[in-house]
Design a protein around this ligand. Sequence first.
Ligand code: NAI
Length: 328
Amino acid sequence: MKIAVFSTCVYDQEFLTRFNTHHELSFFSEALTSNNVVLAKGFDALCLFVNDKADRQIIKDLKNYGIGLILLRCAGFNNIDVEAAVEAGIKVLRVPAYSPEAVAEHAMAMVLTLNRKTHKAYNRIREGNFSLDKLMGFNLHGCKVALIGTGKIGKAFYKILKGFGCKVVAYDPYPDDPLIAEGLTYGTLEEALFDAEIVSLHCPLSEENHHLINASTLKLFKVGAMLINTSRGALIATPDVVEALKTGQLGYLGLDVYEQESELFFHDLSGDIIQDDLISRLISFPNVLITSHQGFFTREAMEQIASTTFSNADAFLSGMQLINEVKF
Ligand code: NAI
C-alpha cells in the first residue's frame, strides 16, 4: 500500500521504517491541513498524528483522491471527523495504547520537577550557586490528588501516586472496579477537585469536557495547588489558568499539551518570533513547566506505535477484523 505519512520527524521515520512490513512510505514533515491536502493524491492511505487535521472538507478531498484508510499513530482521535470518514467509507484505525506508563511517568516527572525545582537547582549549581533560597517544595506523601480519568494512563498514574503515599480521589464517569478494590476512592468531579493539592487530567477531549478546567472549577482547588495536563490542551481554558496563576490561586502548572499546540509543538522555533502571546505569558511564569507533547516519547512507546500501525494496515489489506477501528 502507498502510505503518505504526515507530521514526521527523524525519529518517526526511523521507527516506522524499522517496523514497516511491506508498504511504500512517503514521509512529509508538515501536518495535514486544508492547504496541503493535495499531497495525499496518488496514495492509498494516510498515516496521521495528533496535530494533523482531517475535518469534513478534508475527508471529502481524501475520498475524491481515493484514500480508503487513515492510520492514526496515536490513541486520541479528536482531530479527525470520524462521522465524515465513516460516511465517506474511509476506515480510521488507531493505536489505542502505547505504553500508558510512559505518559504516567512523564506526569510524575512534571509533578516532581515543579515541586522540588530540580531544573532550577541544576542550573544554579552549574553557576556555582549552592543556595537553597526559593527551592523549597512540599511532601507528596499524604497530599490530596484529584485524578481525572482512570483509563489506561490514569490507572498507571494512580499506581505511581499510591507508591508516593498520596491520598487520591478520582473522577471518571465509568469507575474502575479493580481500582476500587485496590483502595481508590471515587467522587463527583467537584468532590475530586475540592481542596486538591494536585490535579492531573487523564481523560480524552470531548464536547462535554471542553474547558473542564476553567475559572469556576479552578476555585475548587486548594489555594496554591498544582495542575498537570498530559491529555489534551482544550481540557483547560488557558486564559483562566493564566489569571489563576497571576493571583496565586494556582501555584504550579505543568503542561505537556496546549490548545494551540499545532502551531508550535514538535518544531524548532528557536530563531523565530513566537506569535502566540498566551504561551509566551505562560513561559514567563517561574512556576510553569511546559513540555512539547513528549509524554508518550519513550523507546517502548515508539516501538508499539510503529508495530501497531503496520498491523492495522495489514489487517485492512487482508480483510481481517479491524480491532483498532475508530467507530462513530
Ligand atoms: P482511556 O480511553 O484508556 O481512558 C480515558 C478515561 O477517561 C476513561 O476511563 C473514560 O471513562 C474517562 N473519561 C471520559 N470522559 C471523562 C471526563 N469528562 N472526566 C473524567 N474522566 C473521563 O485513555 P488513556 O489511554 O488513558 O489516555 C487518556 C488521554 O491521554 C488520551 O485521550 C489522550 O488525550 C492523552 N494522551 C496523551 C499522550 C501524551 O503524549 N501526552 C499520549 C497518549 C494519550
